[in-house]
Every structure is written in C-alpha cells, then in structure tokens.
Design a protein around this ligand. Structure first.
Ligand SMILES: [Zn+2]
Length: 121
C-alpha cells in the first residue's frame, strides 16, 4: 500500500475516488471519508464498513496497480501488459495520468526520443 500515492490522490486526484465510487455503486462521500481516515490516522483507524469501502474502492488505486500497456507511438499496437506499475513511480503516474511499468515506460521513452530526433531533422 503506497501512502505517498494516497496523499497525492487526496490532494490532487479526487476524480479517481469518484470513478471508483461510481464503478462500485458507492457514495463518493464514503469513499472520500475512508481515504481521509487512512491518510490522516492510518488503516487501523477504519471502522466497520469503512474497511470494506477502503479495501475495495481505494486500495486498488495504491497497491499492485496494473500497467496500462504501451501501445506504440501512434497508439496502434494492441499490447496486453501483465506487469505492475513500479511502486516508486506510482505518485508520478498519477501526476502524469500515465500508468506504465518500467518495461513499457522504457519503450515509450525510446519512441519519444526517436520521434523528437526525427522532428528535429
Ligand atoms: Zn507494462
């Protein structure tokens, strides 16, 4: 569980909490409440149904987050990637709205580099 990513979500990425609440048919207020409790006081401070809400709505956002898969410079490659986003990169992933594992990020960086070089020729 990545608490730095949790803080990033609390401060800047409320839309992810709304998305999870909608997907699960929960009130966004209860998802926010459970998130704030863990951010302020820690997981052990959750009580009753809040534990379920947090584990199902919030935990998947900050633990074992799957790679979206890099689809090539034009988004044309249909690649399924089964890796997880590196925990150290998770905060940045939320900030850039790009969830890639180290392997896919490397492929993207290479393509970005090639594209920039071609554009500058
Ligand atoms: Zn990947």
């Amino acid at each position: 569980m990545n608490l730095d990513a949790l803080t990033e979500i609390v401060e800047n990425q409320d839309n992810y909490l709304e998305g999870q609440a909608n997907d699960l048919g929960l009130k966004v207020g209860s998802v926010r409440a459970a998130t704030l409790i863990v951010d302020d006081e820690g997981y052990d401070a959750l009580k009753g149904k809040q534990v379920w809400v947090f584990d199902n709505a919030v935990r998947p956002l900050i633990e074992d987050v799957p790679c979206d898969g890099y689809r090539g410079p034009f988004g044309e490659d249909d690649i399924e990637c089964n890796n997880l986003v590196d925990d150290d990169d998770l905060v940045e992933s939320y900030q850039s709205d790009s969830f890639l594992c180290g392997y896919c990020q490397g492929a993207k960086n290479n393509d970005d580099y090639d594209r920039d070089r071609l554009m500058n020729e």
